[in-house]
Design a protein. Structure first.
Length: 353
């Protein structure tokens, strides 16, 4: 068993013979390891949680690590192999299998395979069930499930789940606890997507004020609130206000993260969309090209964000009647997405139009 490396049974047999241990002895050692793991898991989880809260260590993001070196399909293959390895040693009901299933849910969700992602999350929660510290992770998974519903435009279910977590899992926390505020931000996004723009605007405005007071105006969470409010203003057709807010956000993001950071580039993309909606085609085109060139330089031509920005620029060119240029970009998006994800994935189908 290699956790990311393929199992080599021939080599394993060789090592077993060299160790002078029988298969029965090895099975006994595995059983002992399982029992020791189960008895110490709660202690380990509590210690890890404490250290993470103290910001001494951070959660590992398996999927991001794999995607830095592999395509989505390769990353999925590796994670499935690791999941099988973990289940064979620890069983299906363990902390590690639960966490990896949660990561698999994130991956399949990113590929638009909503049903699989939901199944992985439900299995992950079952893996955590009964663990002393499992409640914390189950709460996280409920939030991930709510996010999955949101991605599928199942806004009513997402709203219900977010509200349930606030009322039944985090009810003992103060109103301005950052975990509660994070879910409130997610609810504001749900309201915006439901077209409940007045309440979304009110919540984003309040959240931006609270986060600015608690964390500072330049904190990433405060800046995210600013971006959420800018989306609402765009939906309301308040272009001048949206543009002013985005310009302010871009200024702060550039100062804090740098001009080429992904967050800064996303805000620039949103500003290009504001120009596009107002028919300011030349400004939209210039900014779209700037964002795309930065993405190619920093992420590469086939990265999902680069493809998304290529598609955005293609739409701007299409509106300007520059059909040949637009077609080249669209075809590039389709080819790259088919190579990485396959012809049937949602992202590929969107690019195919």
């Amino acid at each position: 068993m290699g956790f990311g490396a393929p199992m080599d049974r021939e080599k394993a047999s060789l090592y077993l013979r060299a160790s002078m241990r029988s298969q029965e002895m090895l099975d006994m050692e595995i059983d002992h390891a399982k029992n020791s793991y189960a008895s110490s898991l709660n202690y380990q989880s509590e210690k890890l949680q404490t250290r993470r809260q103290e910001r001494v260590i951070q959660y590992g993001d398996f999927i991001d690590q794999y995607l830095q070196q592999r395509t989505m399909a390769e990353a999925e293959k590796v994670c499935r192999r690791e999941l099988a390895d973990l289940c064979s040693v620890l069983g299906t009901a363990s902390y590690l299998t639960g966490r990896l299933r949660q990561e698999m849910a994130t991956m399949t969700s990113a590929m638009g395979r909503w049903s699989e992602a939901e199944d992985f999350l439900l299995q992950a929660m079952q893996s955590m069930h009964g663990l002393k510290s499992g409640g914390t992770y189950i709460c996280d998974m409920l939030l991930t499930l709510a996010s999955l519903y949101y991605s599928q435009e199942r806004y009513g279910e997402a709203e219900e789940l977010y509200s349930d977590v606030l009322q039944n899992h985090l009810q003992s926390l103060p109103a301005e606890d950052l975990r509660r505020l994070k879910i409130t931000t997610s609810l504001a996004a749900v309201y915006r997507s439901q077209g409940r723009l007045n309440i979304a605007e009110e919540w984003y405005t309040q959240l931006m004020g609270i986060h600015s007071r608690l964390l500072g105006i330049e904190h990433v969470v405060t800046l995210a609130d600013m971006g959420g409010l800018a989306y609402v203003l765009q939906d309301q057709g308040r272009w001048s206000e949206a543009e002013d807010l985005l310009q302010r956000q871009i200024e702060l993001l550039s100062k804090h993260f740098g001009a080429t950071h992904s967050r800064t580039q996303l805000s620039l993309s949103n500003l290009a969309a504001v120009f596009e909606k107002q028919g300011r085609w030349q400004e939209a085109k210039a900014l779209g090209e700037q964002v795309l060139n930065t993405s190619i330089a920093t992420l590469g031509t086939d990265h999902p964000r680069t493809l998304s920005r290529s598609s955005n620029l293609a739409a701007i060119l299409d509106h300007q009647g520059l059909w040949e240029e637009a077609e080249k970009l669209y075809l590039r998006c389709v080819e790259a997405s088919q190579k990485d994800l396959g012809s049937d994935y949602l992202t590929t189908l969107v690019y195919m139009g």
